[in-house]
Ligand binder design. Sequence first.
Ligand SMILES: [Zn+2]
Length: 115
Amino acid sequence: MHELSIALAILDAASEEAARLDGARVLAIHLRFGPLSGVVEEALRSAFELAREGTPFGETSLVFEAVPLVAFCPSCDAERPVASIRHLRCAECGGPASHVVRGRELEVVALEVEP
Ligand SMILES: [Zn+2]
């Protein structure tokens, strides 16, 4: 199960970070994910709830921050948002975008720890 292994990797990263912070209690893990990351938010959320059971993260919540899909537009010679995943077209000029710049990421960006 794809999402479960991602959830476990997130918990691993959080444990390392919590250890660096002298075992601080982690209230929330902030994740950044793009529309091309291949992750379904709901599926990852339930996988995380399974994975955190019996760990020090039993009460830790997952906060998702969606990254917009951004591609390079040769006509504008700039990075532009695109309207949809299926049609990689520049939202500014409507021209075809050459490649995706952002939108594939899935990363832990921050931990919220108990003050
Ligand atoms: Zn353009």
